[in-house]
Design a protein. Structure first.
Lengths: 144, 156
């Protein structure tokens, strides 16, 4: 099922929404772990701070607000950035995490269906149709 | 759908300004700006949808004309029910227009026909007053519009 189907069809209930949130938290955690392991040596990452999550379907099914972690990024030359979750239920995507660097804003979007292993795609805020797979090589390129 | 790249360029410009404002805002202000982005997404979604709908109509008219010109009466006869020159295609519903040019029942999980009808459902909700409270990936939708367009021309 994708987000359009979830929003249009009446096949979902509170337990389903809760499972989607748990899955989202796990995907974010796995993504941060991957990014930490892919960082160039001049960079370090640490989890600090959080962002609230309270989306339409959570409101509809009475699921309380959640807090999602922010991944802070620091480089030895003083550059700083952060990754923060921006939304799970997005029509056309299975969640979005933003990577905000001093010079550029990137969108990291999961293009897979609900509950599938994520397919994280990277694009800039200015050129969103030009996506590349987020991997060690792509991360190194944008952090260098 | 020639206007889609221009529409996207304007959308990206507006969303970028909102995104920059949001990143500097305090939490309540950030929520207010995000609500504006949600509304802006829907306005552009419907605008893009109209481009796709118009393309589907054109291909549908072409398909009707082509079969009307067939030498085989068995192919020709059903198409006399619809006038391709009529603005509303003789009352042919959108669902039926799609059925004439895309296979909605295709076995493929997300066939172009199924995706078109899914987008149509979302578009209907928005256009008939049920505004969404969730973001729309407008660029992904535009990419899908072009993929659906390619399928239309393959099927035409």
């Amino acid at each position: 099922m994708n987000v359009i189907e979830e929003l249009i069809e009446n096949r979902i209930d509170r337990p389903y929404v809760e499972r989607r949130i748990e899955d989202w938290k796990m995907r974010i955690d796995d993504l941060y772990t991957s990014v930490e392991s892919w960082l160039p040596s001049a960079w370090r990452a640490y989890r600090s701070g959080d962002v609230p999550m309270h989306e339409e379907l959570m409101h509809r099914f009475g699921v309380p607000q959640q807090q999602l972690p922010i991944l802070q990024l620091d480089s030895i030359d003083g550059r700083r950035g952060r990754m923060e979750p921006r939304g799970l239920w997005i029509i056309g995507a299975n969640g979005r995490v933003d990577l905000i660097l001093p010079t550029r804003h990137y969108l990291i979007v999961d293009r897979e269906d609900s509950f599938e292993p994520p397919k994280w795609q990277l694009a800039t805020l200015d050129d969103r149709r030009n996506e590349t797979i987020l991997d060690r090589e792509a991360l190194t390129r944008i952090l260098s | 759908m020639k206007a889609l790249p221009r529409i996207e360029a304007v959308y990206l410009k507006i969303d970028k300004v909102l995104e920059e404002e949001r990143s500097k805002a305090n939490p309540p202000e950030a929520l207010r700006i995000e609500a504006q982005q949600v509304l802006n997404d829907q306005a552009y979604y419907v605008l893009c949808w109209r481009q796709l709908e118009s393309e589907i109509d054109d291909v549908c008219r072409g398909a009707i004309r082509k079969r009307r010109a067939s030498g085989d009466w068995h192919v020709r006869r059903a198409r006399y029910l619809y006038n391709p020159d009529d603005k509303k295609l003789s009352g042919l519903s959108f669902e039926d227009r799609v059925a004439l040019v895309l296979d909605k029942e295709a076995n493929e999980k997300y066939s172009p026909g199924k995706r078109t009808m899914a987008h149509y459902g979302t578009r209907n909700e928005i256009a008939h007053g049920t505004l969404k409270l969730t973001r729309i990936d407008v660029s992904a939708f535009m990419r899908d519009c072009f993929a659906i367009q390619a399928a239309l021309y393959r099927a035409a």
